[in-house]
Design a protein around this ligand. Structure first.
Ligand SMILES: O=P(O)(O)O[C@@H]1C[C@H](O)[C@@H](CO)O1
Ligand code: HPA
Length: 313
């Protein structure tokens, strides 16, 4: 989808939504994007209406295990509740989606009235002081793709003359929402170690990092790495939406102190010596989904509490 045609899609998508979503749910205050294994984040919504992506022009299909292809509208919390819209699964560029498609739902959320967006993802830890299971409140990002043009979500013609051509990103991750994340964790009595802060590196995937790539990203200052989120953040910021990103650490990226040396092994074998070599560990999406399942309840409570704490305007 070229940016020029965005505008046509917007009205068609919004018309379909208006025809299937009841009016009191159609102006969500908060948006949620569910990361890998986290599609249950929206299971506590009341009066839920799910709209399949294939009924919405401009939307793609989520093809990755642990992602559902539907938007969920509903109310969160007690009393009248907060109207919320959740993407139960996201699009990734590695699935073959154009980056403009990846961020299209964010633009739709903005047009529905969303002013605060909570983006979640599964990520690998580059900083080994951050154990698997920790939730990282992202305060910055590193997008090597920014330097390669077309993978930048804002590459291309402007959406409208009112959109900024050059978007500053020094405040991309809302300090106010990050503060609410820590307050929410405190009020849920989560242990101090449950949440930390860090920088997210975006890679295109679908390959997990080589050890050298992991070392490079860590040396460049990233704490966690993943294959999503940054395009969504850029589009949200361009649309004037405040962003909170919660990365669930599902695995540790292998950054060996020492490589297994085949040369040393062969020499030892020829000399009849036995030597110990480090075993290599292999990342897997099954592991990512398993940790997502284990931590889904905590993530869900945290997201719900943050939403309760967001002041109504
Ligand atoms: O959609 P997210 O970023 O949560 O999913 C992560 C990145 C890849 O899509 C996948 C790798 O296991 O999980
Ligand atoms: O180790 C990882 N690397 C990239 N993306 C990921 N998503 C979950 N874990 C990882």
């Amino acid at each position: 989808m070229a940016n020029e045609s965005y505008v046509d899609y917007f009205s068609s998508t919004l018309d379909v939504l208006a025809s299937v979503v009841p009016e009191h749910l159609l102006k969500p205050r908060v948006g949620i994007i569910c990361g890998s294994g986290l599609s249950t984040l929206a299971s506590n919504l009341r009066e839920v209406v799910e709209v399949p992506y294939n009924s919405l022009e401009g939307f793609g299909e989520s093809t990755v295990a642990g992602h559902k292809s539907a938007l969920a509208f509903g109310l969160l919390g007690t009393g009248n509740g907060v109207p919320v819209v959740a993407m139960l699964g996201r699009f990734h560029t590695y699935e073959g989606h154009k980056v403009s498609t990846v961020v299209y739902p964010v633009r739709i959320m903005a047009r529905l009235g969303v002013r605060n967006l909570i983006i979640t993802n599964a990520a690998g830890a580059l900083n080994h002081d951050i154990p698997v299971g920790t939730i990282v409140v992202v305060h910055d990002h590193l997008a090597i793709a920014n330097m390669t043009g077309p993978l930048n979500a804002l590459f291309g013609p402007l959406i409208s003359p009112d959109h900024p051509r050059f978007l500053p990103l020094s405040d991309a991750y809302s300090p106010a929402l990050r503060r609410l994340a820590f307050l929410a964790a405190h009020s849920l009595r989560l242990p101090e170690s449950a949440l930390t802060e860090g920088t997210y590196a975006w890679v295109s995937g679908p390959t997990y990092e080589t050890p050298a790539e992991g070392r490079f990203l860590r040396a460049a200052g990233a704490d966690v790495v993943g294959m999503s989120t940054v395009p969504e953040v850029l589009a949200a910021r361009e649309e004037g939406v405040e962003v909170l990103v919660l990365s669930l650490v599902t695995n540790a990226v292998v950054i060996p102190d020492r490589y297994r040396s085949i040369k040393e092994e062969v020499r030892a074998e020829l000399e009849g010596r036995r030597i110990e070599m480090p075993e290599s560990e292999v990342a897997s999406h099954e592991e990512v989904l398993a940790v997502g399942r284990q931590k889904a309840e905590v993530m869900k409570s945290l997201v719900a509490r943050v939403i309760e704490l967001i002041p109504s305007d």
